[in-house]
Design a protein around this ligand. Structure first.
Ligand SMILES: [Ca+2]
Ligand SMILES: [Ca+2]
Ligand SMILES: [Ca+2]
Length: 250
């Protein structure tokens, strides 16, 4: 009789573990949307999955999405000058890098005379980095890594989002460029590689079932901006960012 109960308990334990494991798997199986070349349809599909655009004000919303096109950044905070890490605090986004800072590229007419598409760093970049939305694009300087961390819009309260996607310019090798998502305990939720297209646009968007992403580590090719693109060097920059409305991390 004791043996029977023991096996019965074991069966319940195994079944419970199995259900917990299944639930866990279901929670971490995200929807992944990618495109290369004409990315508009994929971008629109991802926008629809996230919900309405909540704009740029520091008001919290129960759902919807935020977007950053970089095009509204003023000349005084664009290349050759650095962008303050918390410039988009009202949208709940904060940018850090192991390099010297993050930068938004210059537009065609700016007082410092910096060339667009990070041509101020290397003039050949004007040929390979063709913006998706208007002129300004985004990159770390002195590194090929950016950490994007989410906060409740307008505050320093940690937040989580249900997804993040973005547009890259001139990814030449798939293995070089990826997003890694982390939860509020800094546990990795997975690495997702972008598609690649020489001198073109690619899109990667990942949507989780619930808001669980506190940080995204974003890789840009395999080199900081500076050298010519080609051979073993793959430089890449980004245009529009799109992510779920940040919700206070519980
Ligand atoms: Ca732009
Ligand atoms: Ca290239
Ligand atoms: Ca490249």
């Amino acid at each position: 009789m004791k043996t029977f109960y023991f096996f019965k308990l074991c069966a319940v334990f195994v079944l419970t573990t199995f259900i917990i494991a299944c639930d866990k798997d279901d929670d971490t199986q995200p929807i992944v949307i990618t495109a290369a070349g004409d990315i508009q349809a994929a971008l629109d599909e991802y926008r629809e999955l996230l919900g309405a655009n909540n704009g740029g004000t520091a008001v919290t919303h129960p759902s919807g999405r935020r977007e950053i096109s970089w095009d509204g950044v003023p000349d005084s905070l664009s290349a050759p000058y650095f962008l303050p890490h918390d410039f988009f605090k009202a949208r709940g986004a904060d940018f850090t890098t192991p390099g010297t800072g993050v930068q938004v590229s210059a537009d065609q007419s700016n007082p410092s005379g910096a060339l667009p598409s990070f041509g101020n760093i290397n003039p050949t970049y004007q040929q390979i980095f063709s913006p998706f939305s208007a002129e300004r694009v985004f990159s770390p300087i002195g590194s090929n890594i950016v950490d994007l961390t989410f906060y409740v819009p307008g505050t320093s309260t940690s937040a989580v989002v249900n997804g993040f996607g973005a547009i890259y310019l001139d990814v030449d090798k798939q293995e070089n460029t990826a997003f890694e998502y982390f939860d509020k305990n800094d546990k990795s939720l997975g690495v997702f590689a972008t598609p690649y297209l020489n001198e073109g646009h690619v899109f990667l968007g990942v949507l989780f079932e619930t808001p669980i992403v506190h940080r995204v580590r974003i890789e840009y090719g395999n080199s900081a901006l500076g050298p010519n693109d080609g051979g073993s060097v793959d430089v890449a920059v980004m245009d529009d960012f799109i992510y779920g409305e940040p919700q206070a991390a519980q």
